[in-house]
Every structure is written in C-alpha cells, then in structure tokens.
Design a protein around this ligand. Structure first.
Ligand code: C2E
Ligand code: CA
Ligand code: CA
Length: 679
C-alpha cells in the first residue's frame, strides 16, 4: 500500500517537474507551496527563494477573484523584460484545505509574432488601399479584395466586385489564357519576376481598357492568394493602334495605302509566278481633280474624293485591290483576268467617273486617265510595273484624258528628262551647281533657334532649279547619293563650326541621310572623320533618317546607329507617320527624336483627325523619352496648337523657308522674334 502511494507520488512529481508550463502551487493565504522547474526558469530564480512567500512577489497582479475563473492573460516584468503569460487556475481540495495550482504559459513569442503580423498586415493594407495602381487580391477566380483604384478602373462598387468572379469582366475566349497565366504564376512560385501580361477588357461602364497586369502570390491568413497589380495603358495602346492603322490606310478614304498595297502585291506576285497566272495593274489619275479641289476648297475636295472612291468600288469586284497612292492617284490590282475583261473594267471606270458629281449643289466634271501594265510581260516587280502603268497613264493624259491605254515599250521615250537629270547629277558637284540652304528649328518652350536642317539646292545650267524631291530619288537609284551625302555632311558641319566661331549660339545641324548611305560600309567612319576634321562636337550634328532606312538590314542598322549614338551624334526619324512605321519597331531603335511628317501638320486645326494623330505621336514619343519635332509649320495657330500638345520643336515657313547661310546669319534674331506672336 505504502509503496503504491509512494510510486504515485513519484509519478506526479515527474509530471510536475517535466511540464512545459510553469506551475505554482499556493495555499489559501497566497503563500507559495511549491513550483516546478519550468517556473524556476520562467521567473529565473530558485524554488527555495520563494517557497513560503506571498505569490504577489511573482505575480503582482494576483488576486483571488481575478484568478479563480479559468484562463487570463497578463503582462509581467521579469528581469526587466516584458513577458506575456497566460494563467490557468485550478482549485484542488486537499482534506480540509484548498490549494491552488497556477499553470503559467509563456506566450511572449506568440504574441510578438502576432504583433509583427498585424503590423505587416496594416502596412500592406495601407499600401494596398492607397496605391494609385489598381490592385486586386483574388483566388483563382473569386475576388477577395480590391482597392479604390481598382474600383474606379472597373467602374463598379466594391460590393459588385468582392466575392464575384474575375472572369465576368472578360470574354469567354480570354478565360483559358488568363487561367494559363495564373497557373504559370502558381507553378513558378520562386521566380522573382513574374511575367507581365497585356489584357483587353471592358469595364462596367462599357469602356474599353488595355491593362498591363502582373500577378504574384501572397499569403493572407494562411491562404495563398493572387495579388494582381494593373496599370492602365489604354491611352498608349489607342495611340499605338491608330498609328498602326494609319501606317497602312489612307486616312480619308480608308483604302489601303502604298505600304499595304505593296505588301499585298508582293504576295500576289509570288503566287502568280508560281501558278503562271496573270496580274493587271491599273494606274489611275483623276482628271481635273486638282482644279476642283483648289476652287471648292479642301473640305469639298474631301467629300468629292469619297464619292469618287464609291464609284470606283462599284466598278470592281471584292477581290480586286484598290489603293490610294497619294493625292488623286490610285492603283488597282486585278487577279487572273483576260485583257478583254480588263478593257471592260477600264471602260466602266471611265464612264462612271465622267458622269457629273454633285458637290455643294454644283455639278462637277471629272474623269480618269488609266494606264495598264501586265505581270509578268511588262515587269516582274511592283516598282517596274507601277512605272510602266504610270507611263501608259501619262500617254493617256497627253492624248486627251478620260481614257485608258496598255503599256507599250515605245512609251519609254518619256524618260529623257530623267536621263538628263541622271547625267547632270554626276557633274553637278564639279560644276558647283549644288548649294545648301538652311531651315531653322525653334524650341517652342524657350522660343530660341536650337537647330537647322541642311537642304540641298540644285540649279542646273540649262534646266534651271530642280527640286530635291525629283532628283534625290534618282540619285538614290544611281548611287550618286553617296557622293551627295558626303558633300552635304562636310559642308554642313563646316558651316555649323563657322557660325559658332562667328558667335551665333551653338546649333544642332541636321543632315538628311538616305538608306543607300546607310548601306555603305564606311558611312559611320565617314561621319566621325568629318566631325574630327572640322573639330565640331558630335552633339552639334543630327542625322535625319527615314523609317525606310531602318527597315533595311535591321541588325546592322541598329548597330551603326548605336555607334553614332554612343559617339554623341543625334538621330532623328524623319517624316514619321508617313510610311511603314510600326511603333513597336521604333521602340527598338537607338534614336533621340521623332519628326512628325508634314502631311499631319498641313491641315492641323483643333477639330481634325490630324490633331489626334499628332497627339498620339507625341504621347508615344514621350513614353519612349523621345523628343518631338513638327515640320511644315506655316501658321501661328499651328505653333500654338503644337505648344499645347507639348511638342518640343517646330520647323516651317512660319519661322523661315530654307535660306542661304549668309541670309540665315543675318536674319537669326528676326526669326526668333516671330515667337512673340505665339500665345
Ligand atoms: P524633308 O527632309 O522632309 O525636308 C523638308 C522639306 O519640307 C523641304 O523641302 C522644305 O523646304 C520643306 N518645307 C519646310 N517647311 C515647310 C513648310 O512650312 N511648308 C511646306 N509646304 N514645305 C516646307 P525640299 O527642300 O524641297 O526637300 C524635299 C526633300 O528632299 C526633303 O524632305 C528630303 O527628303 C530631300 N532632301 C533635301 N536635301 C537633301 C539632302 O541633302 N540629302 C538627302 N538625302 N535628301 C535631301
Ligand atoms: Ca528632313
Ligand atoms: Ca521631313
């Protein structure tokens, strides 16, 4: 019997001593009767130090009343450290007396962990709710929480979002892709940078949105959730789309433009060559359109043009390709027709377009001259086919208009002017027939002239002044352009240095560079050699290149541009928007400036489509940290509008026509004074 009791006592003692919680046993007078090893450790003292003393010594807050009922939590100061304890009290009746067992659990670590968690949560929530970026926390599909920016972006109330399906905002075709994207995020937990995706969606107000989204995983209350951050790139995307569309369509008629037409034709020529089929090209030039346009005004001219296009379409089939080539010229591609069928089509176009049109309640008489060329008989490339169709059209004009002709070899005689130009170009430099003129570029903010563009002028001994628009393409085709550019570069740099020495504020000299120049192996070296020779700092030279320059041999071009850029030379994209531009492509080029094509500035007024295009170009340029120059600025209102749209520099007749070096030097201050009329 004794031994059994003894054994139980030993067992109890073992439990007591080995318990992880601190245990104090006290009597009714609050005196400590015993304590275990864990208690000694918690209070950092020896049992003998406290046995018999009032428990208040250890637990200052101790009151019977507060401890009698179950579990309470308290803060204690032990050796100057704050400790949180949870105390459970059990009363044990032993014979006549009652003893109390106090189980004391140290909760300090748990509480601290909770506290930092709450702090982190607060900090996160603060970030989340006040972020200007729209953020959403969601399970794969179900929305858990959203911030104000997200609510605003989606155009809903919080109630309409939380607990709802994310996929409600997307079309059903998009859902599989989104699921795939989220799965990728989930699978690639450790990837530091989650992929960025672009999404298109409609918000509750029906507004189309383009979003850049980035999802990451976060832990909230033990659950793994997605946190998706979105950036609204709608404005940028819209601007980009309109530019892309514009690159391939004629703004007024919506017809494919030159670039798109050549894309289509290239494919057609390949497949016709493979299948042995014929293609007919029609070069159409409207008769009298220019006169009508000049007398009735541009607006009426546009209306008339739309009527013309409608009539043309009625003479063609759907698979025929009608394209506006510029001005009042059109190109038509006909697939797999006999010559006889083509004659019929030409005849119907002639009939159709010579029937009077009604514009501003007036009868207007036009007509159309049509030249036809045939693949493969008259040429194997678009360029040759167009040239030959053009020659045939020219012959029609000579013979009295509103008619059509098929191209014939004898028509080649008309190239004589071209041959004289070709010939003359080779001698022009030695004969001193070439000269450079300069046109200022003015910074809109400061009103100061900051640069000039060098433009070549040719006065032929017999033919008189020949426009660069006519001879530059010929110089390019014959390769004379290489000599021409070298001459211009050297002369322009010398001139610029000379002006600096004469005390003009230093200017950036812009020189036009052709794609042929860029193709030569020594081009970059030549530029750098000239700068050295002239002792002109590279930042005072800018090269204007067209988009077509950069589309050829992309890799090498980028490499060459990069060398020039690294050397400090400025690079500008000329005639931007007139051609092949794909903005995503421009983005890759090492360039500084976009020069908006003259055609957009020409009719610039606050209500036209041009202003939205100009705005689009400026928006995109700014997003790529490029500066923007507008050329062809003729009216003060245009300067004002461009100022409002945050264009950086302007160039055009408003300030000055291209003028000789001497004249520029004399008029410098007069030109700057024109800024005083700009409000
Ligand atoms: P570009 O590079 O676009 O040059 C601007 C043209 O716009 C110049 O025509 C200029 O006289 C004209 N212009 C400037 N301001 C106005 C304005 O307010 N209103 C109007 N309607 N026109 C304005 P330009 O001198 O006849 O030159 C025609 C093109 O010939 C140039 O177009 C350029 O592509 C080429 N060109 C001229 N000089 C050179 C050259 O040295 N090298 C090369 N490769 N090309 C050149
Ligand atoms: Ca230019
Ligand atoms: Ca230009």
């Amino acid at each position: 019997m004794d031994r059994r009791v003894q054994k139980q006592e030993v067992l109890k003692w073992a439990f007591f001593e080995s318990a992880l919680d601190a245990i104090l046993v006290i009597d009714e007078k609050r005196h400590v009767l015993s304590l275990n090893y864990a208690a000694e450790t918690l209070f950092s003292l020896k049992a003998s130090d406290v046995i018999g003393s009032d428990v208040v010594k250890l637990l200052p807050f101790y009151k019977f009343s507060s401890l009698q009922d179950g579990r309470t939590e308290h803060s204690l100061l032990i050796s100057n450290r704050e400790v949180t304890v949870e105390i459970t009290v059990m009363a044990v009746a032993i014979e006549e007396t009652v003893e109390y067992m106090l189980y004391i659990r140290n909760m300090t670590q748990e509480r601290e962990a909770e506290k930092t968690l709450i702090e982190a949560k607060n900090r996160y929530e603060n970030l989340f709710y006040s972020s200007p970026l729209a953020i959403m926390v969601h399970r794969e599909e179900e929305v858990v929480s959203v911030n104000d920016a997200m609510i605003q972006l989606l155009g809903v109330t919080e109630d309409q979002l939380v607990g709802k399906s994310l996929y409600d905002f997307f079309s059903s075709e998009q859902v599989p892709d989104i699921k795939k994207g989220l799965k990728a995020v989930r699978d690639r937990k450790d990837e530091p940078r989650p992929p960025l995706a672009q999404l298109k969606m409609y918000n509750a107000l029906g507004k189309e949105l383009f979003l850049e989204v980035k999802s990451t995983l976060i832990q909230i209350n033990g659950e793994t959730l997605f946190q998706t951050v979105t950036r609204d790139v709608t404005e940028q995307k819209k601007a980009q789309e309109s530019l892309q569309y514009m690159a391939f369509h004629d703004m007024l008629t919506d017809l494919p433009n030159r670039s798109m037409f050549s894309n289509i034709v290239e494919k057609s020529i390949d497949s016709a060559a493979a299948s042995g089929k014929k293609l007919h090209f029609l070069f159409l030039d409207l008769d009298r359109f220019k006169q009508v346009n000049d007398t009735l005004g541009h607006h009426a001219g546009d209306q008339l043009m739309l009527q013309v296009v409608d009539r043309m379409k009625s003479c063609l089939r759907n698979q025929d390709v009608l394209s506006r080539f510029g001005g009042d010229e059109f190109l038509v591609l006909l697939h797999d027709r006999t010559d006889e069928e083509v004659r019929k089509i030409c005849k119907s176009l002639n009939d159709c377009l010579s029937t009077p049109f009604v514009v501003l309640s007036r009868d207007v008489y036009l007509g159309v001259s049509i030249g036809v060329s045939l693949f493969p008989k008259d040429g194997k490339t678009l360029e040759v086919l167009v040239r030959h169709a053009d020659l045939a059209m020219y012959e029609v004009k000579k013979q009295g208009r509103n008619h059509y002709l098929f191209y014939q070899k004898e028509m080649q005689v008309h190239t004589t002017r071209r041959m004289r130009i070709e010939d003359g170009l080779r001698k022009a430099f030695e004969l001193g027939e070439m000269e450079l003129h300069y046109q200022p570029k003015v910074n809109i903010q400061s009103g100061h002239i900051v640069g000039v563009e060098a433009l070549i002028r040719w006065t032929h001994a017999k033919m008189g002044v020949i426009s660069p628009a006519e001879f530059i393409p010929i110089a390019e085709e014959t390769g004379v352009i290489v000599t021409l550019t070298k001459w211009v570069l050297k002369k322009a740099c010398h001139q610029n240095k000379y002006w600096q020495l004469k005390g003009l504020p230093p200017l950036k000299m812009s020189v036009n560079i052709s794609s042929v120049d860029f193709g030569t192996t020594d081009f970059v070296d030549y530029v750098l050699d000239v700068l050295r020779e002239v002792e002109l700092e590279s930042r005072y030279l800018e090269l204007e290149i067209t988009e077509s320059v950069t589309m050829k041999h992309v890799e090498q071009t980028i490499e060459k541009l990069q060398i020039l850029k690294d050397a400090g030379v400025f690079i500008s994209i000329d005639d931007f928007g007139s051609g092949y531009s794909s903005f995503s492509y421009i983005q890759k080029l090492p360039i500084h400036t976009l020069k908006i094509d003259r055609s957009f500035i020409k009719d610039l007024d606050p209500n036209t489509t041009e202003v939205s295009i100009v705005r689009a170009i400026i928006t995109l340029a700014k997003s790529l940290q490029l500066s923007v120059v507008a050329e062809g600025v003729e009216e003060v209102e245009q300067v004002e509008l461009l100022h409002k749209e945050k264009c950086d520099e302007v160039q055009g007749y408003y300030f000055s026509k291209p003028i000789s070096a001497q004249e520029f030097y004399e008029k410098f201050h007069k030109i700057e004074e024109k800024m005083e009329f700009v409000h």
